[in-house]
Ligand binder design. Structure first.
Ligand code: AMP
Length: 221
């Protein structure tokens, strides 16, 4: 089977961005992270950024219409043979239904959905230790990568920062929002036979390679 359009689904901190980065570097994918697009809009104080900022800082979801428009704009620009990799979208059943409609209008085959399974305790631990590089955008974890708070980016020496929604209160809220609004997508995609589960607590490299095999349509033994 040829390469597939892909959705990476999972709790905050499950590793969606990390595995998306791996796939982008090893396969021909156009990576669409609604979180990255929204953070750039907030940093640039665009109209979209101003509308999204308060929800994001509180760890809540921004309204469906805003993110659906974002994704639709980018999907329309994709060529027929170009594959997308969605990370952080869809996050609600309404978004999943909109995506199915956009895909049908553009005559794209249905995407494969990779669900990264990670326990709540691990999510809280990972998000508290997550650091982003302000220069190159790399994602690190203090525990996993053996870094100390205050260290600089090992790749480009940029400053590492804690995302404004990675403090404890917002983390707990994001987990709650995830369970209430996003977890129903597991059933949604399972019923449509499009969901494949991947252990998000195995080694990072192993999990990335497993996701890449699935994306290439190889059997997952
Ligand atoms: P992420 O980087 O994917 O964890 O997203 C960071 C924040 O951006 C989320 O906590 C939401 O506030 C917002 N966001 C990102 N993607 C979506 C989406 N698909 N629907 C609604 N809000 C989103």
């Amino acid at each position: 089977m040829p390469q597939r359009d892909l959705i990476i689904l999972g709790a905050p901190g499950a590793g969606k961005g990390t595995h998306a980065e791996y796939l982008k570097n090893h396969m021909a994918y156009v990576h669409m992270s609604t979180g990255d697009i929204l953070r750039a809009a907030v940093a640039g104080q665009t109209e979209l950024g101003k509308q999204a900022q308060a929800s994001m800082d509180a760890g809540a979801l921004v309204p469906d219409e805003l993110v659906i428009d974002l994704v639709q704009e980018r999907m329309v620009e994709l060529g027929a043979g170009v594959h997308y990799l969605l990370d952080g979208f869809p996050r609600t059943v309404g978004q999943a239904e909109a995506l199915a409609q956009i895909g049908a209008e553009l005559d794209r085959p249905q995407p494969l959905v990779v669900y990264l399974e990670v326990s709540d305790e691990e999510v809280v631990r990972r998000l508290g230790g997550r650091r982003m590089c302000g220069s190159c955008g790399a994602i690190y974890n203090l525990y996993r990568d053996g870094l100390d708070a205050g260290d600089r980016c090992p790749e480009c020496a940029g400053e590492l920062y804690l995302r404004s929604d990675d403090h404890r209160e917002a983390i707990l809220n994001r987990l709650e929002v995830y369970k209430r609004q996003t977890e129903p997508l597991i059933d949604y995609y399972q019923q449509r036979r499009r969901l494949v589960k991947v252990d998000g607590e195995q080694g990072q490299r192993q999990a990335s390679e497993q996701v890449a095999r699935l994306a290439r349509g190889e059997s997952d033994d």
